[in-house]
Design a protein around this ligand. Structure first.
Ligand code: GLC
Ligand code: GLC
Length: 649
């Protein structure tokens, strides 16, 4: 209490010191539009204490602290004056209804602009398709100016204010955001804020030896500190470069720059408040184009400290919360999605209304694939029991596949409780999904295999990993049917489990691996491109023919999406696991608005039974079957078909 009080007084003093100078800067705009300024100062006074505390936590030791603070407030005010009126209205609407993304109408999709529809105009023309599928949230993969050739699928950004020229212009993006909004779709893009490309103007200046910009990155004159840091660091892309640093030349002399990912992706130095301020400007710029959700890329890595593994450090959280406070002041409609593909204990730490309102759920993703491989649900049930509940006002983004590899980021401690050895089990999963384990249905590829540690992750499309590729090439109709059921089973779970379902577009028509990336010198060394094919619209056309493979899968998606959208019980994230007494069957209930749904998912290829005890306990006989092929048998036990997904409500 005393502390909060103290901070409030401190904040009032700081604001009193800085605000008059900001006011001076915007004298003309204020005279022209006093109401807009009043809106700004109203939100500023509410959120400034939080922002100051966070900002001071990281930067108060600096002699020029107040200079940077004033600079930040100036940037926020400038962005607010520039914010289009329709977005200011959206701000009000979202403040009235901060839970908007918990609705059962929410459904996400993600795609690459060029691979899906050539360019932004092509994406605009796909709006009718997005509506047909039921999407209300579309993540367009990084579309910013990036180096020609290798650019990590756009995750090496050369300018946050320019669209990569072949894709279109920033003006087009802003107008697309508006068209989306009219169609009930929120635009999601990345804020790649851990690093820039080495062609970003900041990096160019650093390379030219400009000290102000050298301080934007973590640059070292020799290998001394880098080697000391590296003693504790994980290697993220070991196939590309070992360690976390890359050499480059300034004025004829070798230097080392921190590069967690590729050597052309330079990590920013957030110990420098100017970096925070400039990135806050880029963030508000994107918000003002109509972006409603920012996917914060690689959140775990933004703070570094010698002697630690430089992942998930407390300052990373402080900085993200500070960005969030900036958004509450100058673009309140904006929310954050965290991309932390790390230990589940660390994943949840990014999720709160004050930090990231929504987050990828990499644990559910990994354990759905685990359950398909093992045909058992114990790890999945355990994780959903203990790790699914989130703080009020936040939500999971549940997915099966995205553009990245699958990492087996379950907790070794959780696994040990169930008698599973984490390391051995990961090795099994890698073998299974590479199709090397006897009886495996999967056709995946290894990603970033590390010969030193034996680590590896898995690439592949949903359909190829779920058995469709193998079944089509080597096996018969029965196997094809099973593969389709696997695809639908795991998607049905993410669509009903609670939170925002996210579909990697292409999966809804069963897109297979595309091995042609191996002929492309830019991509051949990155197996993730096997699951990033160019969209074949001819195949999409077949979605309306139920006798086609595409139609069969698409119809399965649509049926469960319809189920979600017509039953409010699928809103929110309330979930309870049912002990099904059957190791192959996941059971859970969803409750919302006084309603309840009961769901069973059979992960085995043989029929399974749910005992009468469970049926009675959950009063299933008195419920209506909302979805699924089964029937309750006279003896009151429940028969599930192979890979069945059943809903009662
Ligand atoms: C994120 C992206 C991944 C990229 C990395 C570096 O993890 O999802 O595709 O390689 O960040 O930006
Ligand atoms: C992400 C993850 C890392 C992942 C990579 C992309 O930021 O943290 O584990 O493998 O980027 O593949």
């Amino acid at each position: 209490m005393i502390e909060t009080h103290h901070i409030k007084i401190e904040a009032r003093r700081s604001l009193a010191r800085v605000l008059p100078r900001v006011e001076q800067t915007f004298k003309r705009s204020i005279a022209k539009d006093p109401q807009v300024w009043n809106q700004f100062t109203a939100r500023l006074s509410v959120n400034f204490p939080a922002l100051l505390e966070l900002y001071a936590d990281v930067y108060s030791d600096r002699y020029d602290f107040f200079y940077h603070l004033e600079d930040l407030i100036t940037s926020m005010a400038r962005a607010w004056f520039a914010r289009p009126q329709d977005l200011r209205e959206l701000d009000n609407a979202r403040e009235q209804n901060p839970q908007w993304f918990q609705s059962n109408q929410m459904l996400g999709g993600v795609c690459y602009v060029d691979l899906f529809a050539n360019n932004l105009d092509g994406i605009r023309k796909k709006i009718p398709y997005f509506k047909e599928l039921g999407l209300t949230y579309i993540h367009l993969m990084p579309l910013f100016k990036a180096p020609e050739g290798e650019n990590d699928g756009g995750y090496a950004v050369s300018s946050y204010r320019e669209v990569h020229p072949p894709l279109g212009t920033m003006k087009q993006l802003a107008s697309l955001a508006r068209d989306f909004r009219e169609a009930g779709i929120s635009l999601v893009v990345d804020l790649v804020f851990n690093h820039t490309s080495d062609e970003h103007i900041w990096a160019e200046r650093a390379k030219a030896g400009d000290e102000e910009y050298m301080d934007f990155y973590r640059i070292f004159p020799d290998r001394d500190l880098p080697s000391r840091y590296e003693q504790n660091l994980r290697e993220i892309f070991p196939e590309e470069h070992t360690g976390a640093f890359s050499p480059f030349i300034i004025n004829g002399k070798e230097h080392w720059v921190w590069t967690t990912f590729h050597s052309y992706q330079w990590d920013l130095n957030y110990a420098n408040p100017a970096v925070f301020n400039r990135m806050a400007e880029e963030m508000l710029f994107l918000a003002n184009q109509g972006v409603e959700v920012l996917r914060l890329d690689a959140v775990a890595f933004i703070w570094k400290q010698l002697g630690t593994n430089c992942e998930n450090l407390p300052q990373a959280h402080t900085l993200i919360k500070a960005f969030n406070a900036v958004a509450r002041i100058a673009s309140p409609a904006l929310i954050f999605k965290s991309e932390a593909i790390v230990h589940p204990d660390d994943v949840v730490k990014y999720i709160s209304f004050e930090e990231c309102q929504v987050s990828y759920n990499p644990l559910l993703m990994a354990l759905l694939w685990n359950s398909l491989a093992t045909r058992k649900v114990k790890l999945l049930s355990q994780a959903l029991t203990n790790r699914f509940k989130l703080p009020q006002g936040t939500a999971w983004v549940n997915y099966v596949r995205v553009h990245d590899d699958i990492g087996w980021t379950f907790s070794d401690e959780d696994a040990a409780i169930l008698g599973v050895n984490g390391g051995d089990h990961r090795r099994f999963l890698n073998e299974f999904y590479r199709g090397r384990f006897p009886g495996s249905f999967a056709r995946g590829l290894p990603f970033q295999e590390n010969p030193l540690t034996g680590d590896c992750r898995i690439s592949g499309t949903c359909a190829s990993l779920a058995g469709l590729e193998k079944a089509l090439h080597e096996e018969g109709e029965k196997e094809v049917e099973l593969a389709i059921r696997r695809i639908l089973l795991i998607h049905s779970i993410i669509i009903t489990v609670g939170g925002i379902p996210l579909i990697y577009l292409g999966d809804e028509i069963g897109t297979l691996n595309d091995y042609t990336y191996r002929n492309d010198p830019v991509h051949e060394r990155d197996s993730r491109w096997v699951h990033r094919p160019r969209t074949e619209w001819k195949k999409y056309e077949k979605r309306k023919n139920l006798h086609s493979l595409e139609g069969h899968i698409f119809n399965g998606f649509r049926t469960v999406i319809e189920l979600r959208k017509t039953h409010e019980v699928f809103a929110g994230g309330e979930l309870e696991i049912i002990p099904t007494d059957n190791e192959h069957v996941l059971g859970f209930t969803r409750t919302h608005g006084g309603k309840r749904a009961v769901i069973f998912a059979n992960f085995s290829e043989t029929p399974q039974t749910i005992s009468s005890r469970v049926i009675e306990q959950y009063s299933i006989t008195s419920l209506k079957r909302l979805h699924g092929r089964n029937h309750v048998s006279p003896k009151n036990s429940l028969q599930l078909e192979p890979l069945d997904f059943v809903v009662f409500g």
